[in-house]
Design a protein around this ligand. Structure first.
Ligand code: C2E
Ligand code: CA
Ligand code: CA
Ligand code: CA
Length: 278
């Protein structure tokens, strides 16, 4: 079997039957998994470069499979997308993230939570209403929610996506372009869409301390973001040298293994308290 552009396993001949059956099984399991609430979130800190303070976290979905253990999004998101389950999945993720955000606020931790949206989510004009409901239900102010969207959304109905994004933003939710630079038309995206933050893909960030081409791209992107009145977030920061360069170049926020891997909520709080004794 090889992978098609969505990362879904495709195969030919006898292997195709097996692969097809396997995919159906996983899909059935995913449906029941959604019914049973088997999705969980891990959180990765985002640090403000200027202050060294962790101001937010990115919520990353995992599937706690009863037999297979923790399943990563690369495995089941393409399947969910393919089977039209992405709307449901996103609403569950939002609900878990907002409940967690509320819990943290009650403990005096005012962390912003960033949630990922898929391109298909932005084709759904009922999304802003669901987001507003969720915020109200959990008593979370809109400013504490960030939504990350990829450039892929321009490959669908861009007018509708723009409308949905504008509505979310009007509510006070902050928007970020995720994986910036890897899409087919990054500048068209920035030109057309109402977004607040630019999240440069880790492909350009991770080796920015040693690779001159990466360095040039990062430096110019910081400037581009700032000229557009946006904040620049660098993901995939894996060592101190890269962090030093990013600080020097004026990057606003960083995220990456050098700070912390994504972790369950309770471990994240322990990590935070150890780093920022109050
Ligand atoms: P992403 O949004 O670009 O998220 C960042 C991914 O990079 C995460 O992988 C994270 O664990 C990983 N990462 C973080 N720091 C580093 C680093 O320093 N080095 C390297 N090499 N990797 C790092 P993860 O959690 O496996 O998620 C993969 C992708 O799945 C995400 O990429 C995102 O596109 C998607 N995803 C995850 N959760 C959700 C969700 O709730 N909804 C939607 N629609 N997509 C999600
Ligand atoms: Ca993301
Ligand atoms: Ca990303
Ligand atoms: Ca990515």
């Amino acid at each position: 079997a090889k992978n098609d552009h969505r990362g879904v396993a495709v195969a030919t001949g006898a292997a195709a039957d097996d692969a097809g059956r396997q995919r159906l099984t996983t899909l059935e399991e995913l449906r029941t998994g959604l019914d049973r609430g088997e999705l969980t979130l891990h959180y990765q800190p985002q640090m403000e470069v200027g202050t060294g303070e962790t101001t937010g976290v990115e919520a990353l979905v995992r599937w706690e499979h009863p037999r297979r253990g923790l399943v990563f999004p690369d495995v089941f998101l393409p399947l969910a997308e393919h089977a039209g389950l992405m709307g449901r999945l996103t609403l569950q993720v939002l609900d878990i993230a907002l409940a967690q955000c509320r819990e943290w606020r009650d403990e005096g931790l005012y962390l912003v939570v960033a949630v990922n949206l898929s391109a298909s989510n932005l084709q759904d004009t009922s999304l802003p209403g669901h987001v507003a409901d969720g915020l109200a239900r959990h008593g979370v102010p809109p400013g504490a929610l960030h939504l990350e969207v990829t450039e892929e959304i321009l490959m669908r109905d861009a007018a509708r996506a723009t409308e949905v994004l504008a509505e979310l933003r009007a509510m006070g939710v902050r928007l970020a372009v995720d994986d910036y630079g890897t899409g087919y038309s990054s500048l068209a995206y920035l030109h057309a869409l109402p977004v607040d933050d630019l999240k440069l893909d880790r492909a350009f960030v991770t080796h920015c301390d040693t690779d001159p081409r990466s360095a040039a791209i990062v430096k110019s992107t910081v400037e581009l973001a700032h000229n557009l009145g946006m904040r620049m977030i660098a993901e995939g920061v894996e060592n101190e040298a890269a962090l030093d360069r990013l600080r020097e170049w004026g990057c606003d926020l960083v995220q990456g293994y050098h700070l912390s891997r994504p972790q369950p909520a309770d471990r994240l709080v322990t990590w935070l308290r150890e780093r920022q004794p109050s």
